[in-house]
Design a protein around this ligand. Structure first.
Ligand code: 3IO
Length: 349
């Protein structure tokens, strides 16, 4: 009797330890299995949205200990500039980088950061955009998981002909998008709206005489070859978002999700800092390579430009209000976050 009991106990013990061993092997297999995510981007690989993408990919692969792998598609090879949001929602790409300015009206709340508010750096503007998004979690991004946000550097006029005064802008065909196009219109220029990815061809074919964007493209897209004159206007910035398909997001483990959410704010700051440094590098390069001329508007013209841009703030306010957004609160927060970030992030800049 006792002997049988011992035998049963031994068998039971073997069974239990066998089960445990099985469990541990399945667990190990699960953590070793790598999830590969596709990441679509619209401009060429040399440009800052793609540089931040490759940096993010490296961080994610490292921080996840190999449980996440990112497959990047620069240059519109997976999704184009204007298809980014719809393409990610539809699952054509798991992740996509979009510029909010390319879809006017689609992002009524975060577009506040696109207004001429006096941002002087991408570092500050990117930090403000991310903090604002975090605070309000606006409906406009409800169909995707937002992984990161950042902005271009402040926008300046790069042109084939010198723009030394606002008068020189009259009727000048310049490429821009979103609020930047509206600014050109208010200043009497002729805006031609298109994404950055179409701009090299438009410049080459002479469809436009220049553009309003941040100046690192002088080097990254070799625009200095066409645009020998740079007017340092620092009007506003272009805001970007990195978004992920919701179903794909929900299919990730809690640990994998944490790796991605932990990176968000850091990515905004990394991109801002990279951008600000790279604009300075690119200007130096363009001066040495193409002897570009840098032009400052007179103080009088700067004041006049601000007056002419002023109605864009009221336009945003009424458009946002009509979409149910507390525009006064959002505007107050943007300005408060901007002052705060200017103090904490750009001492000595
Ligand atoms: C931009 C977009 C793609 C590649 C490089 C870039 N530098 C600044 C921008 C901002 C932007 O979206 C635009 O269209 O000017």
């Amino acid at each position: 009797m006792v002997r049988w009991l011992v035998v049963w106990c031994v068998l039971l013990a073997l069974l239990v330890s066998g089960c445990q061993r099985d469990e541990t092997t399945t667990d190990a297999a699960a953590t070793q299995e790598t999830v590969t995510l596709s990441y679509a981007n619209f401009p060429p690989a040399t440009t800052f949205p793609c540089v931040q993408m490759e940096h993010w990919k490296e961080q994610v692969e490292q921080d996840s200990g190999g449980s996440l792998a990112i497959n990047t598609f620069p240059g519109g090879t997976l999704l184009g500039a204007k298809d980014m949001l719809a393409g990610v929602i539809a699952g054509q790409a798991d992740i996509g980088c979009l510029c909010m300015s390319y879809q006017p009206g689609a992002f009524p709340m975060t577009t506040v950061t696109e207004l001429p508010l006096g941002f002087k750096s991408s570092t500050v503007a990117s930090s403000v955009l991310w903090d604002l998004y975090q605070k309000y979690q606006p409906k406009e991004f409800a169909q995707v998981k937002v992984l990161a946000m950042f902005t271009s550097a402040p926008t300046c006029i790069m042109s084939q002909v010198p723009v030394r005064s606002l008068e020189d802008l009259a009727g000048l065909e310049l490429r821009a998008s979103g609020i930047a196009s509206q600014i050109l219109d208010k200043l009497g220029a002729t805006p031609v709206s298109m994404p950055m990815s179409q701009t090299p061809e438009a410049l080459q074919k002479g469809l436009v005489k220049g553009l309003l964007s941040s100046m690192e493209v002088l080097k990254d897209l070799n625009f200095a070859e066409y645009c020998r004159y740079e007017t340092l206007t620092n009007f506003q910035v272009y805001p970007f978002a990195v978004v992920m398909n919701l179903e794909k997001w929900n299919s990730l483990s809690a640990q994998q999700q944490e790796v991605l959410t932990d990176l968000s704010r850091e990515q905004a700051l990394w991109t801002g800092r990279y951008m600000d440094a790279h604009v300075a590098d690119s200007l130096k390069w363009a001066s040495e390579t193409y002897q570009i001329e840098q032009i400052n508007l007179s103080e009088q013209d700067q004041v006049l430009a601000e007056q002419k841009m002023e109605p864009l703030l009221a336009n945003w306010h009424s458009a946002a209000s009509s979409r149910g957004i507390d525009a006064d609160a959002v505007m107050a927060d943007v300005l408060r976050l901007k002052t705060q970030a200017e103090h904490t992030l750009t001492k000595g800049m």
